[in-house]
Design a protein around this ligand. Structure first.
Ligand code: SF4
Length: 724
C-alpha cells in the first residue's frame, strides 16, 4: 500500500525520542518506519514505536467537550455526561476557576502539566497557572519518577539532566547500569549499550535486584536487596579511598567537601555492605576498581534509584563516587538518569515544576522573576514555590487546594496509595481533565476537554539526552478536539477577562513556533535553537545559547552549574516499609516492554493484545511455597489495599521479592504502594513496600478463553526487546 504522505515526527512513548516516519493513508497511520540517517535511533525502533501508534485512531478517542450532569451526587458516583460546545465548556471552566481565585486566591488551584505533551503546550500551561491564576502550583509526573535524581544532582552539581548523549553509548569503555530494566523501558538505548559490550568490548557492571536482560551482557552483576543501594555505593567509595584509586587532581580542581566525606566513609566497609545488601564484599571491591580505574566510565540509572524514600541519597551516593573518580566532564564519562516518558525532560525544562520557570530558573530569584514579569505583563508574579504533586492530595483533603486542572495526566493510576489519592480528588470543588481519552481521573471530572494526540499537532519534544526535536502534524484532529496549546490559550483569555487582568499576559499565538520563540527569548539555554535550525539539523542538544553554538551533547567539560561539585555525607537508613510476618514479601513496581506508563495509550493499541493483563512476577521457590504456578490467580495485599491478578513464575525476581507492572487499572499496583516520601524530593517509595500473597479464584465473569495462562499465548516467553 502506498502512503498518501509520510511525515517525520518523534515517537510518543519513551524518552529515547526515536525519530519516526509516519506513513498515512485514509487519515490513518498504517505503518511506522525509522529513518536510517537520523539521530538518535538511526533506523531502530522498539515494538511500541513500530506498532503502538494505532491508539491515534482508537474508537474511544474523545471528540467533544463533556460536562458532568450529576453534580449534585458525590464525585464518587458514576459520571453522567453531556456533550457541550467549546464556548460553553470553557466558559464554565473559566467561571469556576475565576470564582475560586477570587474567594480563596490562586494557591487554591493546582495545574498538572503533561510529560506526553509538547514543550510549547507545557510552557503555556505553566504560564497560565503563574501569570493568570497567580500560583506556582504546577507540577507533573517527573515528581513520581526522577525527582530523587533531580534533587540529588541539583545538590551535588547543580544540573539534573543526563550529562551525556545517546550517541556516546556505543563507544563506552566501562559503564554501570543500575535500577534500570533498560531493555524494556528504553529498548533502543539498550541496543546501543549491548553493542558497546558485544561489538566494542566495553565492560558493564549491573547493580540491580532483578535478573534483567542486561545482566546477560554484564562483566559483573551486583544483586543487592531492594532498597539497599546507598550501602553498596558507599562501600564502593570506601574501597576507592582505601585503595587510593581516586582522582586527586579532579578532586582538587573541581570539587569541595572531599576530606569530610572521606571521614564519613570509615564505617561503610564492603563487609558491612555485604551484610546489609547481600552483595559479596569481593564483588563490591571488583566493581569499585573497575569503575575507578577505567579510562572513561558512565553510570546509567532509572526508577530503581530515584523512586525511593531515600532516592535523593541514592543519587548523591552515585554522584559522590563519580566526583571522587573524576568520571565526569569527558566523552563517555558522566551521570545519566534515563528519563521515562517521551517529553518528561521537556516538561521540566518548560517550567512544569513548582519552583522554576523554563530551564530551571528559580521563581524566588527576583532578577529572573522580573524578566518573566516584563514578558508576561505581570508585576505580581508569585515568588513562593508551589506545592508538589505528592503534596496535593493532603492539601486537597485539608481544603487548601480546591481545584485541579489536569492536562494529559492520570494521577489515579500513577499516584501511590490510590485510595488516599481518590479520596482527595473526591473532596475537590472542581476538577478539569484535558486528555485524548477518558482516563481514570477524568471519570471524576466536572469538565473534560478533548485534546489531540502527538500525530495531530506541531511542536517539540525534548528527549532524555536533552535533544530538542520536532513533532509534526500527520493526521487531522479527531472530531472537535484541539491541540493543548490552543485550549490553554482560549481558556487563559477567558480567565483574564473574568479576573480583570489587562493588559493580557499574551495568549495570541498562531503556531507553536511563536510559543517557542517566546520561550527561547526568556531562556538563555535555548537561545540558539529555533524551528528553522531544527528543520535543518533534525535536533539540537541544549544548552545552546547562540545560533552559532553547536549544542551540548555532553556536559561539565570545564565546570558544574553550581561551580564545584559537592560531596555529601550520607547515612544508611531503612525508612522503607520492610517485610514482616504479616506482609512477608517486598513489592517492587515498574514497566513491561509492551506497555507505557498508566497504559492510557498502549492499552488502546494492538500492544494490548500481546500483554493484555497484569501479572505478579514471583520466584519459583516462593511459588512452590505458596502452591501457585504461572497462570494461577492470587490476591496481593498491602496495608493500603488489595488487587487480584495472575502469577508469572520467574527467576528474574529474587526470593522474597515480587514485581508488578503499574500499567493496568483493573489491577492497579499503586493501590498497594506506599506514599511515604523522600524528604527532599517528595518522591514516593514505589520500589519497596511489604505485601502478602494468597491463591484465589479468577475475578467473576472472566472469559474462559482469556483465562488461559499467558505463557500459552506466548506473551511472557518473549522478553526480548524486539528491536527491529
Ligand atoms: Fe519509542 Fe522509546 Fe521504543 Fe524508541 S525506544 S521506539 S522512543 S518507545
Amino acid at each position: 500500500m502506498l502512503a498518501e504522505r509520510v511525515v517525520r515526527s518523534t515517537c510518543p512513548f519513551c524518552g529515547v525520542g526515536c525519530q519516526v516516519d509516519l506513513h498515512v493513508r485514509d487519515e490513518v497511520i498504517y505503518r511506522v518506519s525509522a529513518p536510517y540517517d537520523a539521530a538518535p535511533n538511526y533506523g531502530m525502533l522498539c515494538v511500541k514505536g513500530r506498532f503502538g501508534t494505532d491508539f491515534t485512531s482508537h474508537p474511544s478517542r474523545l471528540t467533544s467537550p463533556l460536562i458532568r450532569v450529576n453534580t449534585s451526587e458525590p464525585r464518587s458516583a458514576p459520571p453522567v455526561w453531556r456533550q457541550a460546545g467549546w464556548d460553553e465548556a470553557l466558559d464554565l471552566v473559566a467561571d469556576r476557576l475565576a470564582a475560586i481565585v477570587r474567594e480563596s486566591g490562586g494557591d487554591a488551584i493546582a495545574g498538572f502539566a503533561c510529560a506526553k505533551a509538547t514543550n510549547e503546550d507545557n510552557y503555556l500551561l505553566q504560564k497560565m497557572v503563574r501569570a493568570v491564576l497567580g500560583t506556582n502550583n504546577i507540577d507533573h509526573c517527573s515528581r513520581l519518577c526522577h525527582a530523587g535524581s533531580v534533587a540529588g544532582l541539583q545538590l551535588a552539581i547543580g544540573s539534573s539532566a543526563m550529562s551525556n548523549s545517546i550517541a556516546e553509548m556505543e563507544h563506552l569503555d566501562t559503564f554501570i547500569v543500575t535500577g534500570s530494566n533498560t531493555t524494556e523501558t528504553h529498548p533502543v538505548i539498550s541496543n546501543f549499550l549491548k553493542r558497546a559490550v558485544r561489538q566494542h568490548g566495553a565492560r558493564l557492571i549491573v547493580v540491580d535486584p532483578r535478573k534483567i536482560e542486561m545482566t546477560d551482557f554484564a562483566t559483573l552483576w551486583l544483586r543487592q536487596r531492594p532498597g539497599t543501594d546507598v550501602a553498596v555505593w558507599q562501600a564502593m567509595a570506601h574501597v576507592v579511598v582505601k585503595e587510593r584509586l581516586y582522582n586527586d587532581r579532579f578532586i582538587q580542581e573541581r570539587t569541595e567537601g572531599f576530606s569530610d566525606y572521606v571521614e564519613s566513609l570509615e564505617a561503610f566497609t564492603p563487609e558491612w555492605a555485604e551484610e546489609v545488601s547481600g552483595v559479596p564484599a569481593e564483588s563490591i571491591r571488583q566493581a569499585a576498581r573497575m569503575y575507578a580505574t577505567a579510562t572513561a566510565a558512565s553510570v546509567y540509572w532509572g526508577m530503581g534509584i530515584s523512586q525511593s524514600s531515600h532516592g535523593t541519597d541514592n543519587t548523591l551516593a552515585i554522584t559522590n563516587l563519580a566526583l571522587m573518580c573524576g568520571q565526569l566532564g569527558r566523552e563517555g564519562t558522566g551521570l545519566n538518569p534515563l528519563r521515562g516518558q517521551n517529553n518528561v525532560q521537556g516538561c521540566s525544562d518548560s517550567g512544569g515544576l513548582p519552583y522554576v520557570y523554563t530551564a530551571y530558573q528559580r521563581v524566588e530569584d527576583s532578577a529572573i522573576r522580573a524578566r518573566f514579569s516584563q514578558a508576561w505583563n505581570r508585576s505580581d508574579l508569585n515568588p513562593t514555590p508551589g506545592l508538589m504533586i505528592t503534596e496535593l492530595a493532603d492539601a486537597a483533603l485539608a481544603g487548601a487546594v480546591r481545584a485541579f486542572f489536569v492536562m494529559g495526566e492520570d494521577p489515579l493510576t500513577s499516584e501511590p496509595n490510590l485510595n488516599h489519592a481518590r479520596h482527595a480528588l473526591e473532596k475537590l470543588d472542581f476538577l478539569v481533565c484535558q486528555d485524548i481519552f477518558l482516563n481514570t481521573t477524568a471519570e471524576l471530572a466536572d469538565v473534560v476537554l478533548p485534546s489531540v494526540s502527538f500525530a495531530e499537532k506541531d511542536g517539540t519534544f525534548t528527549n532524555s539526552d536533552r535533544r530538542i526535536q520536532r513533532v509534526r502534524t500527520a493526521l487531522p484532529s479527531v472530531g472537535e478536539s484541539r491541540p493543548d496549546w490552543v485550549i490553554v490559550c482560549d481558556l487563559a483569555r477567558r480567565l483574564e477577562a473574568r479576573l480583570g487582568q489587562s493588559p493580557s499576559a499574551g495568549f495570541d499565538y498562531r503556531h507553536p513556533s511563536e510559543i517557542w520563540e517566546e520561550m527561547r527569548r526568556l531562556t538563555p539555554d535555548f537561545g540558539g535553537i529555533d524551528y528553522d535550525r531544527l528543520e535543518r539539523e533534525g535536533g539540537v542538544h541544549w544548552p545552546c545559547p547562540a545560533q552559532d553554538h553547536p549544542g551540548s551533547p555532553y556536559l561539565f567539560k570545564d565546570d558544574f552549574p553550581r561551580g564545584r561539585g559537592k560531596f555529601w555525607k550520607l547515612e544508611y537508613g531503612t525508612e522503607s516499609e520492610l517485610p514482616d510476618d504479616e506482609y512477608p514479601f517486598i513489592l517492587s513496581t515498574g514497566r513491561v516492554l509492551y506497555h507505557w506508563h498508566g497504559g492510557t495509550l498502549s492499552r488502546r493499541s494492538k500492544l494490548d493484545e500481546i500483554w493484555p493483563e497484569a501479572t505478579v512476577e514471583l520466584h519459583p521457590d516462593d511459588g512452590a511455597q505458596l502452591g501457585v504456578e504461572t497462570g494461577d490467580w492470587v490476591e496481593v495485599a498491602s496495608r493500603r489495599g488489595a488487587i487480584r491478578l495472575r502469577v508469572m513464575v520467574s527467576e528474574r525476581s529474587p526470593r522474597g521479592t515480587v514485581f508488578i507492572p503499574f500499567h493496568f487499572v483493573e489491577a492497579a499496583a499503586n493501590l498497594l504502594t506506599l506514599d511515604r516520601l523522600d524528604p527532599r524530593a517528595k518522591i514516593p517509595d514505589f520500589k519497596v513496600c511489604a505485601v502478602r500473597l494468597a491463591k484465589t479464584e479468577p475475578p467473576p465473569g472472566r472469559d474462559p478463553e482469556s483465562d488461559r495462562p499467558l505463557t500459552e499465548r506466548g506473551a511472557i516467553k518473549d522478553q526480548a526487546a524486539l528491536v527491529h
